[in-house]
Ligand binder design. Sequence first.
Ligand code: ZN
Length: 454
Amino acid sequence: MEEIFAELIEMAGLGLLINDIVVHGATDKEHDSNLEKTLQVTHEKGVHFNREKCIFGKTEIPYFGHILTSEGIKPDPNKILAIHQMPKPKGPEELQSLLGMVNYLGKYIPNLSTLNHPLRTLLKEHRTDGSFQWTSEHNKAFANVKNSICKNLKYFNPTSEDVVLKVDASQHGLGATLMCDGGICAFASRLLSSAEQKYSQIEKEALAIAFACKHFHQCVYGQPVKVLSNHKPLESILSQGISVAPPRLQRLMLQIQPYNLSVEHVPGTSIPVADALSCLLLPEMDAEFKQETEVFVHTLFKNVPMSDSRLLCIKSSTKSDPKLSSLTSTIITGWPETRSSCSEKIQKYWNTCHELSIANGIVLKGDKIIIPATMHREILQQLHHSHMGMEKTKQWARSIIYWPGINRNIKEMISQCITCGCLQMQPWKHPLINTELPEYPWELGLLKNLRKFD
Ligand SMILES: [Zn+2]
């Protein structure tokens, strides 16, 4: 292949990048002749093109985040859409996110910080008197900031060895920034669907990575990419491997597996752009992507050896259980930094918090279902229905369900089980066999044996 490409590179009117070929010409005639030569060489070498992936006779083509046109190179509107269509901040928190992003981009874009002066004043006023009056002056400053960001983006260099994706997930959306050789090349953001908003924080962060990879596929596929995320547990769970992850996270990990990523944790303040994008979002949805992830989770419930009615019962009991409903909201909003700042009700789950997720209103630990307290007794009885031994019962339980202290509960139940007590194997007792009494002295025993020596 390299040999063929080497020959093509030598040809006039031809650009070659990774495995993309662009044939061009100043006039139609020149273009046609260059194209003909290219097709001839590739045909001789036995190279086949996919007809659906070829575009012919265009005056403008998207190419690695650029638009190549007859007038020169233009930035691809898709890569700045997230900034162009960014809605104005609705409150002081969103404004703070925006200003964080502007401050950060100020390093790359000259005069950006002076453009946002009215916005900074607005935030300062809010801090002193609690007011938030968004006026036409702020609208103008916001538009200027957006324009300046879009005009000053760097072109993506496909041969660069320094490609970085900065990703972040907020409660309602995802944001991503593509950087290359220290400069910003493109932005992307999208809203989370109502189902995705119920994902655990770690799942949302993984979803942000999968979204960024898919969105910037052309730039990040096939080369080492550093991913910066502000979610520390993600870094460790991704390095531990798929088996310990909850089912949805497993699916997301599979989706990012084709990419050569190294995920690094950075404090949230280091990724203000992704953070602001994830708060001020574009309503972009990828139905197919979402469906694929959810199908994987539904398959899990199909394979669980439990009836639909029992699953429904677990779902409704989870909702009414104070511990599990508190656990559910913590999983969705994110865990606190330390165990001590975590609600006492759910501290028992702290050590395994990154294995927890929610699917269909049921809390999962890995791929095991967490049973609400009101159903423990009923489930224990079901588990021990056939009076299997201690180890077998524990093994069976471990494969499908979980609650803190389940092993101890199984042990207590079996030790109190009357049936198991009766059936327990007793050591075999030999019956007592009496020795036959002799009729005369010395008739049996020693004397009998001694006689043999006569
Ligand atoms: Zn028993």
